[in-house]
Design a protein around this ligand. Sequence first.
Ligand SMILES: O=P(O)(O)OC[C@H]1O[C@H](O)[C@H](O)[C@@H](O)[C@@H]1O
Length: 547
Amino acid sequence: MSETRLGWPEWQALEAHARAVRQLHLRRLFEEDPGRFERLSFRFDDLLLDLSKNLVTDETLRLLLRLAERADVPGWIARMFAGERINHTEGRAVLHVALRNRSGRPIRVDGEDVMPRVEAVLARMRAFSEAVRTGAWRGHTGRRITDVVNLGIGGSDLGPRMVCRALRPWGGPLRVHFVANVDGADLADTLAGLDPERTLFIVASKSFTTQETLTNARSARAWLLERLADEAAVARHFVAVSTHREAVAAFGIDPANMFEFWDWVGGRFSLWSAIGLPIALYVGMDRFEALLAGAHEMDEHFRTAPLGANLPVLLALVGVWYVDFLGAETQAVLPYDQRLERLPAYLQQAEMESNGKSVDRAGRRVGWHTCPVVWGEPGTNGQHAFFQLLHQGTRLVPCDFLLAAEGGDPYPEHHRILVANALAQAEALMRGRTEAEARAELEAAGLSGEALERLLPHKVFPGNRPSTFILYRRLDPRTLGRLIALYEHKIFVQGVIWDVNAFDQWGVELGKQLASAILPELEGGATGAHDASTVGLMQHWRNLVGG
Ligand SMILES: O=P(O)(O)OC[C@H]1O[C@H](O)[C@H](O)[C@@H](O)[C@@H]1O
């Protein structure tokens, strides 16, 4: 087991400090310290990161920053931007920052500047997306394309899907659909309303070996050919996004219709690459580039700001604090922004596939906790579902609130209600309601005696429940780019502190292997060696389907 970090004086200082912090209450910290918000909230342009409702003091941040120094966060940031192969288990550099590098500076991998290749693919994306959007690119029968279907899963789905949803006000004239699941219902339900003569498929897969995506692509091609009855139609209705030219060709998509990216782009960090093609098709290339520009601004901040004023670093450290020193097991993401409804799902992959690891970079078992379970729903919907637990449950659940100052809709009254709810929920979590306050309220409502006493404990809110509040002017392409990059770099910093490789994902392999062993058995092959439960389930399945 890797004991190293636990033995660091910086780690031990935080453990000792956590014992003291457990005695504090946020309500009192605010009452005693009028400067708390000013000192513990941080700005990047219009974006405000308010950490003051977290269970931290100035001392906590000081100690966490010492931990970051000890873990060499600045060195790791430099190594990432320098194109070092920091994804050591796959021997790859990690350069999603190159995909949005607007600085004019070269970024090199093994001495080769990758920027000309990045620029070339961006230029192709522009030409193609403009051709489809203006109708210059037509379907096989000469009809304009009206619908785009992205066939991809994981990193080849979640990012573009989340961004297209977030940027709906800029969307059109094309409609964009996403099919990820190998469950045929996903494809069938999507194709049901579509006209093959007017539909363009993007087969998006970094590896071009992913079972779900290739299965969906084969069925989509069959659907197209069934109706257009001409192999030549595929070239006008299928494009691919991948790092594997040969696999794309082997599948039957002309490499001329392929948009390339590279092995130094991690799947879950790939929406900035050609994987973002559905975004460009939906909102136009100028907006896609504004998204890149926003991310680049955050990259520059991350690369150059001192740790103590560095938003991704601070966000990461507060997360580490809860997981490793205060015992939190989960992290809630609560966008008070309906258009960010897919953000929690996106962050589930980004965070949990990156840092859900239990061996350190040297392969030793870690002696500390790593990534929490990330979950969430948009507000105000969540308030009417799981907020009960947040307010009165037994678990410590740190929450991230995200909110735009201005809504992008024609209903200003709605937006004020949304803002009021977000502020109120964060305040309620922090303040709680004391027994005396609850009693006074019940008395004011006319209760007394036994009836009051019976109800009283149920009306008390312990408070002291932490949240981070991220407030920005409006959700536009540039702000969205900044927000996503903020979280990406948070994840990287946490990986550094936890000493895990945030950029591999070996944990997804075993299930894939077993599925490919089970599939032929379901198709009538001999049953292999399985545990009694797997055999029993297979048998029951056969009985149900009459096999
Ligand atoms: O883009 P692809 O190669 O098809 O991969 C799609 C997804 O599947 C894999 O199993 C990984 O867990 C993800 O990181 C990846 O994003």
